[in-house]
Design a protein around this ligand. Structure first.
Ligand code: UD1
Ligand code: MG
Length: 455
């Protein structure tokens, strides 16, 4: 039958030294608590129950619907925190998994193993433990002479012999639901911290003659709890490594994985190469055989096959197959480079399309512009798309040749195959095939010859 997940996140997180509640600190671009909730959702359809305390309103705003939040107004310990979830869950689930909001690297597979073991356990608890030389202040797992779990002893109250134990309590448990709700209010107050320790339930079960099982974790990284910003950076590194390894195994080359940052929702095609200091964020899709970076940021964008992005920033933009940008280019919201289009140094596009094979080599800005195939945008070309009140469109038809330093005062249209002279300030439409030059630009008549014919 059903499984419920309770996530504890009421603690203050004093050691973060932050105005932001600990569980809202981002890891891989997502708040810690969202990682924990996402993992919970992989295990059960019942909405996760989140115990909140410090920063309650801010946390509730972030987690939104689909989560049951219960308040622990005073932080009286992990046992007391779980008790707050009783009303929401009693009678609703026959197994209850308890985990922490500040353990973002826990894998759903590991938790699934814990639940699976508890399903077969006639006793009421299966816990997760790890064996590690650095005890990190964790509770110690005391075993009896037959190797069974006997108790968990908190570091603060452990004897020297107990302190020497290297099997540690991860703080994650799967309980028999009815048993948990009958016992969680029976936990005695523990000194010296005057808290109700959830860990005492282990000893209570053993005293009743029940069996407590433990799943021993093989991956200590998974159990990294975030208590300060050093831990946060450690977790960031582990997460990055996990993601990067997955993509390298899928056929992506990373010249330096340590300085390659790929968000959890990004997808990459095979034979793509990522150079150092590349940041791929949000819902970004990169195709096959691309060369990205170094020093590049791509966010919420779609990059086709065989593209090149060098030292550039690409946001909410589309690059079709074989297009390229950089170094030092900027594609902003709504920019589209069609197949084979080229943007060189210091090019910026916003809400603009550069048609198939069109080129914009140097120092140019296109805003609200539509450029046809094969057009050439000369160095220093600017669309003057904003008159101080509204934005206006520019259309440059296929095969047009825009001379260096042309100002296109929108709304304006440059016809198919037309040319503009260097430094032209184009305020009126240029007919197809015509040449416009000067300030403000005028269209040259067929038989009119000028000395400065050069464009
Ligand atoms: C706990 C375990 C310890 C284990 C360790 C692993 C207990 C008594 N001890 O210790 O055996 O090795 O986790 O990390 O459980 N929280 C609340 N309300 C509270 C207290 C805590 O929501 O009143 C939440 C915290 O926000 C945190 C989690 O519970 O996410 C763990 O609390 P923490 O105080 O860090 O427990 P530890 O002392 O680390
Ligand atoms: Mg802790």
């Amino acid at each position: 039958m059903s499984l419920a997940v309770v996530i504890l996140g009421a603690g203050e997180g004093t050691r973060m030294k932050s105005d932001l509640p600990k569980v809202l600190h981002p890891l891989g671009g997502q708040p810690l608590v969202v990682h924990a909730l996402d993992t919970a959702r992989k295990l059960t359809d019942l909405p996760p129950v989140l115990v909140v305390g410090h920063g309650k309103e801010a946390v509730e705003d972030v987690v939104g619907d689909g989560v049951t939040t219960v308040e622990q107004a005073e932080q009286l310990g992990t046992g007391h925190a779980v008790l707050q979830a009783r009303e929401a869950l009693r009678g609703r689930a026959d197994r209850v998994l308890v985990s922490y909001a500040d353990m973002p690297l826990l894998r759903a597979e590991t938790l699934g193993e814990l639940v699976g073991r508890q399903r077969k356990n006639p006793g009421p608890i299966t816990m997760l433990s790890l064996i590690q030389d650095n005890p990190r202040g964790f509770g110690r797992v005391v075993r009896n002479e037959h190797g069974g779990v006997a108790a968990i002893v908190e570091e603060a109250v452990a004897t020297p012999e107990e302190l020497a134990i290297r099997e540690l309590n991860a703080g994650v448990y799967c309980f028999d639901g009815p048993w948990l709700w009958d016992h969680v209010d029976q936990i005695p107050l523990s000194l010296p911290k005057e808290e109700y320790y959830l860990t005492d339930l282990v000893g209570m079960a053993v005293d009743e003659g029940s069996k407590v099982e433990a799943v021993v974790s093989r991956d200590a990284d998974e159990l990294l709890g975030i208590n300060n910003r050093v831990h946060l950076a450690e977790a960031e590194r582990v997460l990055r490594q996990r993601i990067n390894e997955r993509w390298m195994r899928a056929g992506v080359t990373m010249v330096d994985p340590a300085t390659t940052y790929v968000g959890p929702d990004v997808t990459l095609g095979r034979d793509t190469t990522l150079h150092p200091n590349t940041h791929l964020r949000g819902q970004t899709v990169v195709g096959e055989a691309c060369v990205i970076g170094p020093n590049t940021v791509i966010e919420d964008s779609e990059i086709g096959d065989g593209c090149r992005v060098t030292a550039s920033v690409v946001e909410e933009a589309v690059m079709e197959d074989g297009s390229d940008i950089g170094p030092f280019g900027h594609l902003r919201r709504g920019a589209r480079l069609c197949e084979g289009a080229h943007v060189g140094n210091f090019g910026e596009l916003k809400q603009s399309t550069l048609g198939p094979g069109a080129k914009m080599g140097h120092f140019s800005y296109l805003g609200d512009a539509d450029v046809g195939s094969g057009a050439n945008i000369g160095a220093g070309t600017i669309t003057c798309n904003y008159d101080g009140e509204s934005k206006h469109p520019t259309v440059i038809e296929e095969g047009a040749f825009i001379g260096s330093d042309t100002m296109l005062v929108a709304p304006v249209r440059v016809g198919k195959g037309a040319k503009t002279g260097a430094g032209a300030v184009v305020t009126r439409d240029v007919p197809p095939g015509a040449l416009a030059y000067g300030v403000p630009a005028r269209v040259r008549k067929k038989d009119e010859a000028t000395d400065d014919d050069q464009v």
